[in-house]
Design a protein around this ligand. Structure first.
Ligand code: 4AD
Ligand code: MG
Length: 465
């Protein structure tokens, strides 16, 4: 009833009942054969594997068989039989074939195999039809499911935080504005600035860069929450690790200190990677074979090793003494670039590293100040091949100290008063972090460009489909 009148290819390939009549629907990957018999490899996205359809040429209309080309969509009715060929356990002996939609070989862009990732990005609207993107998208789904399962099983509540916001959580200042004002005729106030009182929300609003601030409100009521939603950053970073629209998972936990936060981050990441190893074996094996022979070793390595915990100051020391030529300068007070993060992880420790206690100047205003008055209870989890995969911290729960930081970094109190109020009434120690979903997927799939782990990447000058 819920099957669309067909059996999924994943179920057929796992079937132990050859001899039954079946209906298969899907897209043709290849067709080959001779004047007597045609072999059609079909895929319906339920698995990386194709099912082979065997058609007796004499039994079918010549035109019909001709129109079954790579990319076309067909319905096949036939008998499931044990396969004589070596590639597959079972195949379908076709009795009837119906063409749903043809794909002209002269125009279908995925006619051949082995397209470059760059080319596939240009036809991102079609690339889910390739083996690689099928695998990536199935793994993406499995990871999203595992994230909800992890938190649900541990009593965290999924909190929906707004996408449109009047505050700038990270203070990075690279936000997308949301407005219904007529850009050709912007209303002005007396001072000559834009009169936002006439805008939809009566104030200037943006797309959110993070659900954290609202997440904290949830944690200070439900004790443990997580968010999982899209976030938007208008920074013009054309790197293989940055998207303008990406998904973030942000747990926030009352009564957690930095040490608890680190333990949660490590346990969470290991759980997710183990989940992928256990549940996405076929897709991972395909990606390992095609792109990255060390993929499975790397995943197992992270699952089986403790993450290093290291002070920012010690990290800077190691980098300064490394003798390594870096493109960007290293020094106490400077932020780490991904080359520095990867040096610590890949060359020095050869393990994931959690770097903590960063100088307050290079971190967001909400992080809890250490007793030294110079550093904050920040943590970044650094991964091989990726660099920063998680950013988080213990939060400043003291109203006076938080207010002082807000003032120092120049956030108008009128924009953030509601956040400060959480420290006025029933404040509590609490901590959380943000995992970049696509950074996680980069690591798990072994893909090297973040544009290749999201179905429709949004990057500077790129929002066509
Ligand atoms: O380190 P970030 O900026 O931290 C926050 O937004 C905090 N509010 C999180 C929290 O404590 N609740 O971002 C968190 C993570 C990064 O570690 C990275 O994995 C990912 O989000 N990220 C990006 N991923 C893709 N494209 C971008 N432009 C990203 N910017 C950050
Ligand atoms: Mg960060």
């Amino acid at each position: 009833m819920l099957s669309g009148g067909r059996t999924k290819i994943s179920d057929l390939l796992a079937s132990t009942a050859p001899g039954t009549d079946v209906v298969v629907k899907g897209w043709v990957r290849t067709k080959r054969g001779n004047k007597n018999v045609a072999f059609i490899a079909m895929n319906d996205g339920s698995t990386i594997h194709n099912i082979q359809i065997v058609a007796d040429v004499a039994a079918f209309d010549e035109q019909l068989l001709k129109s079954i080309t790579t990319g076309s969509c067909v319905k096949v009715t036939g008998k499931l039989v044990e396969s004589m060929g070596s590639g597959q356990p079972v195949e379908v002996q076709a009795k009837a074939i119906e063409l749903y939609g043809g794909a002209d070989p002269d125009t279908y862009p995925l006619q051949k195999k082995g397209h470059s990732m760059e080319f596939l990005r240009e036809i991102a609207y079609l690339r889910p039809r390739t083996n690689t993107f099928g695998a990536v998208l199935r793994i993406r789904h499995a990871m999203a499911y595992a994230i909800h399962k992890y938190f649900n099983d541990r009593g965290f509540y999924y909190l929906h935080t707004p996408l449109i916001t009047g505050s700038d959580a990270e203070g990075a200042g690279a936000m997308f504005q949301v407005t219904t004002l007529d850009l050709n005729d912007v209303p002005r106030n007396e001072a000559g600035g834009v009169d936002y009182t006439q805008d939809f929300f009566g104030k200037s609003c943006n797309l959110t860069v993070s659900g954290q601030l609202e997440g904290e409100l949830g944690a200070l009521a439900l004790s443990q929450i997580y968010t999982f939603g899209p976030t938007f950053r208008a920074e013009n970073s054309n790197t293989p690790r940055h998207l303008a629209e990406f998904w973030m998972i942000e747990p926030e936990v009352a009564f957690f200190e930095l040490e608890d936060d680190m333990a949660l981050a490590e346990d969470f990441l290991k759980y997710l990677i183990r989940y992928a190893l256990d549940n996405c074996a076929d897709d991972l094996a395909f990606l390992a074979k095609m792109f990255d022979g060390e993929l499975l070793d790397r995943l197992n390595f992270v699952v089986n090793n403790d993450f290093v915990r290291l002070d920012y100051s010690e990290g800077i020391d190691i980098l300064m003494k490394s003798g390594e030529k870096f493109e960007y300068p290293v020094g106490w007070g400077l932020d780490l670039q991904s080359e520095h993060e990867r040096y610590l992880v890949e060359k020095h420790f050869k393990k994931p590293v959690i770097l903590i206690n960063y100088p307050k100047e290079i971190k967001a205003f909400y992080m809890k100040l250490n007793d030294d008055g110079k550093t904050v209870r920040a943590m970044d989890v650094l991964f091989p091949k990726i660099g920063e995969i998680i950013g988080g911290s213990q939060r400043e729960e003291d109203l006076g100290k938080l207010r002082k930081r807000v003032e120092e970094v120049g956030i108008p109190e009128k924009d953030i008063w509601w956040y400060l109020d959480t420290r006025r009434w029933g404040s509590a120690p609490h901590s959380g972090f943000g995992l970049g979903f696509e950074r996680l997927l980069l690591f798990v799939t072994g893909m090297t460009n973040i544009r290749d782990v999201i179905p429709f990447p949004r990057t500077p000058k790129n929002a066509e489909f």
